[in-house]
Ligand binder design. Sequence first.
Ligand code: ADP
Ligand code: MG
Ligand code: MG
Length: 916
Amino acid sequence: MSTYVQDFADGSMAQKDLLGGKGANLAEMTRLGLPVPPGFTITTDACRYYLRTGKVPTDLRVEVTQAIRRLEDTMNRRLGDFHEPLLVSVRSGAKFSMPGMMETVLNIGLNDASVQGLAEQAGDERFAWDSYRRLVQMFGKTVLGIEGDVFAEELDAAKAAAGAASDTDLDADALRALTVRFKEIVREQTGRDFPQHPREQLDLAIVAVLESWNTERARLYRRRERIPHDIGTAVNVCTMVFGNLGDRSGTGVAFTRDPATGQPGDYGDYLRNAQGEDVVAGIRNTLPLAALEEVDPDVYNELRGVMRRLEMHYRDLCDVEFTVEEGKLWMLQTRVGKRTAPAAFRIAAELEAEHLITLDEALMRVSGDQLSQLMFPQFDRKAAAKATLLTRAMAASPGAAVGRCVFDSQTAHDWAERGEDVILVRRETNPDDLQGMIAAVGVLTARGGKTSHAAVVARGMGLTCVVGAEALDVDPAARRMTVDTASGVVEVVEGDVVAIDGATGEVFLGAVPVVPSPVTTYLTDGVDAALADAGEGDAAESLQALVLAVDRLLRHADEARRLRVKANADTGEDAHRARALGAEGIGLARTEHMFLGERRVLVERIILARDDAERDAALAELLPLQRQDFTELLQEMDGLTSTIRLIDPPLHEFLPDLTELSVRVALAEERGESSPEHSHDLEVLAAVRRMHEANPMLGLRGVRLGLVVPGLFGLQIRAVCEAWADLRAKGKDPRPEIMVPLVASVMELHLVRDVATAIMAEVSAERGAACEIPVGVMIELPRAALTAERIAEAADFFSFGTNDLTQTTWGFSRDDVEGAFFAQYTANGVLTVSPFESLDLRGVGRLVDIAVTDARAVKPDLPIGVCGEHGGDPESIHFFHSVGLDYVSCSPFRVPVARLEAGRAAISAVGHSDSR
Ligand code: ADP
Ligand code: MG
Ligand code: MG
């Protein structure tokens, strides 16, 4: 019984772990009776053994001998035979496809003797030498580690000497000479002869494939794709078939549907008189698959039949590699093919329409990430290819933005006011840039990562953003930036137009035309609007198919999901957009921005108040403004709940900057000034000093602030109640909820509740309507999660604030740590993904789980949701579904994504059978 080797004929596609994807699918095709050249797979067990010990298992040697003998008997040829040699390929293939990452060697078994046999057998000397030179070349490169260019240059020289345009024009003599030269290169470069013994070739090639698992680029690829490092690769040994036997031979790749658009119908490339690797290497121009129909209609029809069969069998888009040897078709590979986002939607919906998969399965074949890709306007790729690329940095928030560069927020605001599209360029952004960001069509920063301030805020706003463009030397004082590009140093000054691509991270000089996303039009205005000006022809047909596919799958997700999807929206305008995108309420309305701008002075007065009267006066001035804010919000969300969070950030954020103010005061004192402004400044400075915190994130904020500054929370609660009463009086159905931030102890909540109860009673009496607004709590501190049982008793609802919960669980301050060491932490594997992007299930997730379980133990019907970035993150949404939350809340632009993922979560949770 073999432990490390399995013949293609004995396996199946269920064995991907053991045989790798390529091996399992070769076995499956063999099982289906498709024409696969016989061969065997060395299992991933052997690779794991090798990775552990640095040695090939001793049993493997024997098992390979046995497998080769079986192959020789089947083919009736012998490895290294002088007359009828058996040749094989040695091919890597892990469970997950890693395109171009690992190695393959063709034509193993050729040597100075068997090349004669091959020539005899094929009756074609040219072919035999062509195969031999390919072996020496590939073996030299992938097994012996010789620079590939050395061979490529020699090949070019041979072509030049023979006056040949292409390698197919070289005759037998030229190829023989080239092989001799290649062998010399091997000797020169490695100090030893090209191995003549076929078994030695085979063994070395197998080890080379095993070794290729751990090359730097393979590791990098796995890290990026989140493929584990320890699964190892399989090695496939496959009888050679020859596409380089003249014009009735060739090789190609094909897809059962167009992987770019999803359009049904075969799609592929074919190359006559060539071996497999030539197609991908792009050394000669390929023909479209349709050309094969003319060259060899029988083969073409057979191939179509095979592809139809595969698609039916795998019930999905498949891609294949095939070779035609003198009119005979051979299948060399298949797999469920990769595809673009539009293709994914179209294919899933159309396979369902063809009754090949169920609607549930169709939904499982698309993802929220793919949907979000469809929602952003895109650059016209053809135009982008011709534009001047300044740099390529981190794609932080997708979209395509074109505008004039500005280097500060005020200018961004001013220019936008007069109707200009601007791109805000900063070294990095901070909360003060918000105004500029809102005004800009895109944000570009020289520093920071995917979770930097700019990135997070931009994603939340659906604003195009590229970050970490280190190549840019940004000089805000001089209002310009310089970039060292391939074609010299480029200077970009304020007002120059740039284009940034938030999906690719590209930054272009000058405008690049954009194409709007029809899917966004569909999401906000419906199918008809999206198709209104689709035009005619192929593109229109694809567009129509895409929009209908998104519609079908999203509607199914809405039917399937249990989680409700709400939006984080702070203004009436945001609320309106959120509703259009399908939000079922507001899960988080932040109130802090309502204290900025002109209202900042009022807040300043509240803080600086010398007595109650002064403070009450300031509060009274704020009341109508707040009421108006809430009225707008509640009006937009009529009939749906709006969770309004009481003021959260540290108070000093509403006061002037300490350094700026100190400087101003010092200068004034030097001048001996004694104006009223100066004495005011002095007073403010004292307050700012008093309020200064070493660690504001852990300081006086949230409920603590509300309890320390009398009247502040009361003002907000009253504004909510009055807005509610006003709208009720107008016959509307406002449904506000009040949420208390940063609670750590149930006592804090009790105190705020008492204030709220009193105010509600007052408003009820004043307005003659029973004002009973739910008061809930944001669970965003570990202590709150761990004492959820007690907090639940005083709360009408829970909402997890997973951003702060992540910060406090990890002891990270996001703004401080992301730039400082996240890149390194990702590189060395402490983090695979930022816990601010995707919920840390082990740590933060466990706290969420504990809180839900404990709270529901005392209040089984307690509504529980989540607000914050994670509410729109696909992986996190699946988790929130599984722990039994009632809703997720995310930024308006993420609402459709969350709807889709919530549907997928519900389906996968009930044990979806994707594998049958
Ligand atoms: P990759 O995973 O990079 O596609 P493969 O192992 O599939 O590598 O092989 C590289 C090329 O060689 C492919 O085009 C494949 O079709 C071709 N090839 C592999 N094995 C054989 C074989 N036994 N006969 C003919 N062509 C082969
Ligand atoms: Mg392949
Ligand atoms: Mg918070």
